[in-house]
Design a protein around this ligand. Structure first.
Ligand SMILES: *[C@@H]1O[C@H](CO)[C@@H](O)[C@H](O)[C@H]1NC(C)=O
Length: 351
């Protein structure tokens, strides 16, 4: 059988099985087993420059249909078809990438053929939702950690806040060129706050925002609301401004918004950062933000995937999480601001 035919037959099997029949389900398992054993590849007379056994071991998460059947009984809260396809998709992409990379070195011609077939199969499988995407997990981490920053609606937990900002920074860095300066700025400011936090950790002091700000004030670091440049207070002030800016920017990705990310970025910049930027930053920041991509590219980036793989299911999931993030930030940012104003530490000088 030709590799192409073989893959076509898997496609149709998958399609049939996706209608949730249990028999089809086991059939997929069987076909996958054959596929993973490399039968299709030998039949297509492609000898591969790596041992298929190695490939098979790399896919050891694959288990026999019978075992799966027992497992499924235990994990019956998971929709069995999606669970199976999930694993299958993961296994196939693992094997696909192995074939792509290993083969390419020595067998360019064959590789391009194999690669084409794999990507067809992979595209088909992308029709199914999966939770395997690494960066969706990244977004999940950010959400979970920000969720526990604000206590009783007004107390800002510093350890949790710094942890959440660290996780968020990783996400911002994956946002591409337009967010590079935002990330850099956030990292600098985060380091200022982390420095004090790690000093205070032993003494168990400064656990919330107000006690941390009080400590610096009592140390005589600041002159009224003229904050010391490398202080934690200064760092936290600018992180808050950055998150306020980002909150408006990410809101433009939600279905309720008609703004493009680049318009939203400029508006948010003018409102939340420009009043505090000196002429130099006023030149650099907008220039950096002007590289803002289209909505769907941006959404794909936050989901850690190429735009071509973004489909309705992924988009809905990513946008839903961004919307949760914005919702969590709102009360946090206002509590954060209130605390600075209450302590009269809102430094409004231009940087
Ligand atoms: C912050 O912590 C201090 C003591 O550690 C406590 O007295 C204060 O009430 C806390 N602030 C808020 C806003 O809960």
């Amino acid at each position: 059988m030709e590799l192409r035919q073989f893959i076509n037959s898997i496609n149709s099997e998958l399609y049939r099985a996706s209608k949730a029949s249990r028999r089809g389900f086991i059939k997929i398992g069987f076909i996958t087993l054959i596929l993973l054993a490399g039968k299709s590849l030998t039949e297509a007379r492609i000898s591969l420059p790596f041992s298929l056994r190695g490939g098979y071991i790399a896919l050891s998460s694959y288990t026999s249909p019978m075992y799966e059947h027992k497992q499924r009984k235990r994990n019956n809260h998971i929709n069995p078809v999606l669970y199976r396809l999930d694993q299958l998709q993961n296994s196939l992409s693992l094997m696909g990438s192995r074939i792509q990379s290993e083969t390419y070195k020595h067998w360019t011609g064959i590789a391009s053929h194999v690669e084409k077939e794999w990507s067809k199969l992979a595209k088909f499988l992308k029709l199914f939702p999966t939770r395997q995407k690494a960066s969706i997990h990244r977004l999940d981490d950010v959400l979970t950690s920000f969720k526990s920053v604000l206590r009783n609606g007004k107390e800002v937990d510093i350890s949790q806040l710094l942890k959440a900002c660290r996780a968020h920074l990783t996400l911002v860095k994956s946002g591409g060129a337009a967010l590079r300066l935002v990330a850099k700025d956030m990292e600098n400011n985060l380091q200022k706050a982390e420095a004090l936090h790690s000093q205070l950790r032993k003494s168990n002091k400064g656990q919330n925002l107000s006690s941390m700000l009080s400590i610096e004030r009592e140390l005589g670091l600041h002159n009224g609301n003229i904050l010391k440049d490398d202080s934690a207070a200064m760092g936290l002030l600018w992180i808050r401004r950055s998150l306020t800016f980002q909150m408006d920017l990410y809101s433009s990705l939600l279905p309720s918004s008609t703004k493009s990310p680049s318009d939203a970025a400029m508006e948010a910049y003018n409102e939340h950062l420009l009043p505090y930027h000196g002429w130099m930053l006023q030149k650099i920041f907008p220039m950096s933000l002007s590289q803002m991509p289209e909505k769907d590219v941006f959404i794909a980036k936050f989901g850690g995937m190429e735009r071509q793989y973004l489909n309705e299911v992924y988009e809905k999931e990513i946008v839903g999480k961004l919307s949760d993030l914005v919702r969590i930030w709102e009360p946090l940012i206002s509590a954060w601001k209130e605390e600075f104003e209450r302590m009269d530490m809102e430094d409004v000088r231009r940087a």
